[in-house]
Design a protein around this ligand. Structure first.
Ligand code: SAM
Length: 219
């Protein structure tokens, strides 16, 4: 497959049904152009908003010591925002080696883990992270609610999980309709985390689409 210069059309199509391997392959091919299109041209604010929410949740903690996991780190856009805010202890996990190779060149991550994030166990000890950032990784053919217990497992008790996504995906993506927010509520009922906030924001500087940020505290 040749390198994709524009968003592969099937990637964010709620009607396409792709395996994680298919999604990773599309990202591998798009990896050299992702940032130019999404961050530079479309000015997606998700990485900045997600990183800001991590900083706010952790409050006065020492940002040089706090351990942060950037989930679906991609080319490192959210990691860069975290680094700008003073975080220096950041790991990355992503299913696409091509995206992770772009991120590696930024020298902001300690550990880069190429793995799918789902119900599977990650090669990470329990209770490791003070915060887990998920910027723009809940989308059609991306993460599903089945990964949330694993994210909770690798977060420290008292740590935070921050999830930023395009708001309309909650209502148009088959995997999320009546599934994602109910799963979040169920985990709260089970005493595994509690929701701290649910905030809507303008996702792009130039496009009229809202984003939403969920902040959860792990119990
Ligand atoms: C839209 S990009 C977001 C990248 C970055 N977080 C940002 O805000 O720019 C989505 C990323 O999630 C990764 N991804 C999608 N599904 C995944 C899965 N099941 N497991 C791990 N990574 C996944 C993709 O490879 C891609 O790098």
């Amino acid at each position: 497959m040749s390198a994709e210069k524009k968003t592969p059309p099937e990637m964010f199509d709620p009607k396409c049904n792709m395996t994680p391997e298919m999604t990773a392959k599309l990202y591998d091919n798009w990896s050299g152009y992702y940032e130019e299109e999404i961050i530079t041209q479309r000015n997606c604010r998700a990485p900045r908003v997600c990183a800001g929410a991590v900083a706010k949740a952790l409050g006065g903690s020492d940002r040089g010591k706090a351990r942060v996991l950037d989930v679906g780190a991609g080319t490192g856009a959210c990691g860069e925002e975290l680094a700008k805010l003073g975080f220096t202890n950041i790991d990355a996990v992503d299913g696409s080696q091509g995206m992770l190779s772009q991120a590696e060149g930024k020298h902001i991550y300690n550990r880069l883990i190429c793995a799918f994030v789902g119900p599977n166990r990650l090669d990470i000890e329990a209770d490791t992270y003070d915060a887990i950032a998920c910027s723009a990784v809940f989308a059609p053919n991306h993460l599903k609610e089945d990964c949330l217990p694993e994210l909770i497992r690798v977060a420290k008790p008292g740590g935070y999980i921050i999830i930023t996504l395009r708001e309309e995906y909650l209502y148009i993506v088959e995997d999320y309709i009546d599934k994602l927010e109910p799963a979040m509520a169920r985990l709260q009922d089970e005493g595994l985390w509690e929701r701290v906030s649910r905030d809507v924001f303008k996702m792009y500087e130039v496009e009229d689409k809202d984003g939403i940020t969920f902040v959860f505290k792990v119990l």
